[in-house]
Design a protein. Structure first.
Length: 619
């Protein structure tokens, strides 16, 4: 949610800032803005509503803004409607509502996150003579920094530290002080932020793709830490004002990984990258024909000690956890619960120290999942994280970390991150089964190693799905049904469709249809059945027949050999046979493609669906 960029160096700043913001468009936004300084001159602020292209046109692609130091932001509205006056950057003075011009203001800044006590802080500042032009919480925090800076006549470190201990919520702050040219100051709590360094240049961003073009050497700023950026230098401080050392980390992604590579959309590119991402993740988790968790840090003795597993995640990551629950319990014989992170804390879960909590997040910054991790640790429970971003908050705070090797995922609709999360679930389940029950690992490892080629087979025949999808691009409601692992796949298929096509869709355990939902089936309602589990295939077919009797149009996804389903269903797409416990990895591919093609047929923005953000860093 939202995007932050910053640059100080030898280049003209504005084009660099616009380029970085363009790489963060996938995060979701409704307005954008820049603040650029030329030496000791006042900052020039330019803001616009809508797409980043509007801001680019206003500034002739950044060329009209002179200066080598600047900050930029794309806003996803939380406090206040999408508008120019609510767009960032915000200033400590009272003159930024118009959207552009020189700003005689002591502090200019941008912010990602949520300031929970902003109303209380706003009232305090109004009592001290401040007035407000926007409805945002960000303007409040910028003016609070200004208040401490002037009232106590202190430096930026102390002003930021006082602000950080006064506000409640999450934030990644980036500010410039009028009397400190050639400096950018940043501070962080919970919201993601990285700092990149190149020869004589410094960069700030809320995510890696924004700066990959310029550098792969980055610092991860921690919670309640402050940093000062000058040309090619960064200095870090804690809340006490003491300077601290940070480790420089080399990002392994290359810039090309964050480009479309000839595909029309990132989503289609990432769908096609799944075989490689899956194989890379498998290779990282296996050694000499066995699951190897040595890099993760989880020992066999610890695996034996756990009495149960709780998987906690949000959205697509939660769906991977639902699959993981079925596979874990079937293979390892250990009780598993899968919990929505946004509900986990508030139901006051009963946590025992012999449990393992597994948190799953693509970004490693998901706010609700991070909060669930902290709750588990506060109760003395060990936490294993499945994440895709090295150095992310969840990765740093978990006891054990299992990295998926999906590479950068740009499209809002997750595909390859989900597929690699499934592989991580399979690997954990196989290892638990081996350690706890003596199950032979090799047959299962061979089965997951076969998945990439089988996905390639499905992708090679995608045109038939494109034809079928175009027929249903005007559907009002679509239902996905399945049992067991097939139900878990249905959840993900339904989410993919609704988030990028805006068609109402629901996923149901097939046996639950007759408990109310079947009343919604009418003439030509599309019902998609996932049919990969032989044990329940006939029962799911029976549920689909009930839908057909009420006018439903039936589509099925099943494995080669189950040709008898064609006697009942109107349209069938086949996937290669595989170990049924791992069939989710194959069955989801046609559903990803279908969501993509339906959205494409409707002329929608596939990569940036309305109202959604890639990284959800507020609760």
């Amino acid at each position: 949610m939202c995007g932050i960029v910053g640059y100080i160096g030898r280049k003209q700043a504005a084009p660099v800032l616009l380029d970085g913001l363009a790489k963060l468009e996938y995060r979701g936004y409704d307005s954008a803005g820049l603040a650029v300084r030329n030496g000791s001159e006042s900052a020039v602020v330019v803001k616009s509503k809508g797409r980043l292209s509007n801001l680019s046109e206003m500034t002739d692609r950044g060329n009209t803004l002179v200066g080598t130091c600047g900050i930029g932001h794309t806003r996803w509205a939380t406090h206040g409607e999408p508008s120019v006056k609510n767009a960032h950057p915000h200033v400590s003075g009272n003159c930024a509502g118009s959207g552009s011009g020189n700003v005689e203001s002591d502090v200019v800044g941008v912010h990602n996150g949520i300031i929970e006590n902003y109303i209380e802080l706003k009232a305090k500042l109004e009592r001290h003579g401040y007035t407000f032009y926007s409805a945002t919480d960000t303007e409040v925090v910028i003016k609070l920094i200004d208040y401490y800076y002037k009232k106590y006549k202190i430096g930026p470190v102390d002003a930021l530290a006082k602000t950080m201990v006064r506000v409640r919520g999450s934030y990644a702050l980036e500010v410039m002080f009028s009397d400190r040219p050639g400096e950018i100051w940043v501070a962080r709590k919970d919201s993601p932020m990285i700092i990149g360094i190149a020869d004589g240049e410094s960069y700030v961003a809320s995510d890696v793709p924004a700066i990959l073009k310029y550098t792969r050497n980055v610092y991860y700023i921690g919670n309640f830490e402050i940093a000062k950026l000058t040309e090619g230098e960064v200095h870090f401080f804690n809340l006490d004002g003491d300077e601290i050392e940070k480790e420089l980390v080399a990002i392994q992604w290359d810039a090309e990984s964050a480009e479309k590579g000839g595909y029309q959309h990132f989503m289609m590119k990432e769908i096609h990258e799944q075989p490689k991402a899956i194989q890379d993740t498998i290779n990282s988790l296996t050694k000499d024909g066995h699951i190897d968790l040595s890099a993760c840090g989880l020992s066999d003795e610890e695996i034996k000690s756990f009495s149960s597993v709780t998987i906690v995640a949000c959205g697509t990551a939660w769906h991977s956890g639902v699959v993981g629950q079925y596979v874990f319990e079937r293979l390892a014989g250990i009780p598993v619960r899968t919990e929505l992170a946004s509900e986990f804390r508030y139901r006051h879960p009963l946590l025992g120290k012999d449990q393992l909590v597994v948190v799953v997040s693509q970004s490693g910054e998901t706010a609700d999942t991070l909060a669930a991790l902290r709750l588990a640790k506060e109760n003395g429970v060990k936490v294993l994280a499945i994440v895709n971003v090295v150095g992310s908050s969840i990765a740093r705070e978990a006891d054990y970390v299992l990295y998926t090797l999906a590479g950068p995922e740009i499209a809002v609709a997750s595909t390859k991150a989900y597929s690699t999360q499934l592989i991580a679930m399979y690997a954990l389940a196989i290892k638990f089964a081996s350690v706890r029950k003596g199950v032979e690992e090799k047959p299962y490892i061979d089965s997951i190693n076969a998945l990439p080629n089988k996905i390639e087979e499905i992708l090679a025949k995608k045109e038939r799905l494109q034809w079928f999808s175009s027929k249903y691009s005007n559907a009002k409601s679509i239902f996905f049904i399945g049992r067991g692992i097939d139900y878990a796949v249905s959840l993900e298929g339904s989410l993919k469709l609704k988030e990028i096509s805006y068609i109402h869709s629901e996923a149901y355990a097939a046996g639950e249809l007759k408990h109310g939902t079947i009343s919604l089936i009418e003439e030509n309602t599309l019902v998609i059945g996932v049919l990969t589990q032989s044990e329940v295939l006939e029962k799911t077919i029976s549920n689909m027949v009930e839908c057909k009797a009420r006018g439903g149009y039936l589509m099925g996804i099943t494995t080669y050999g189950n040709y008898q389903v064609e006697d009942t269903l109107n349209f069938v797409t086949y996937i290669p046979k595989c170990e049924e416990l791992f069939a989710a990895s194959l069955a989801v591919i046609p559903l990803q493609l279908m969501a993509y093609y339906v959205s494409l047929s409707k002329g929608l923005d596939v990569d940036k669906p309305r109202n959604l953000a890639k990284s959800v860093t507020v609760e």
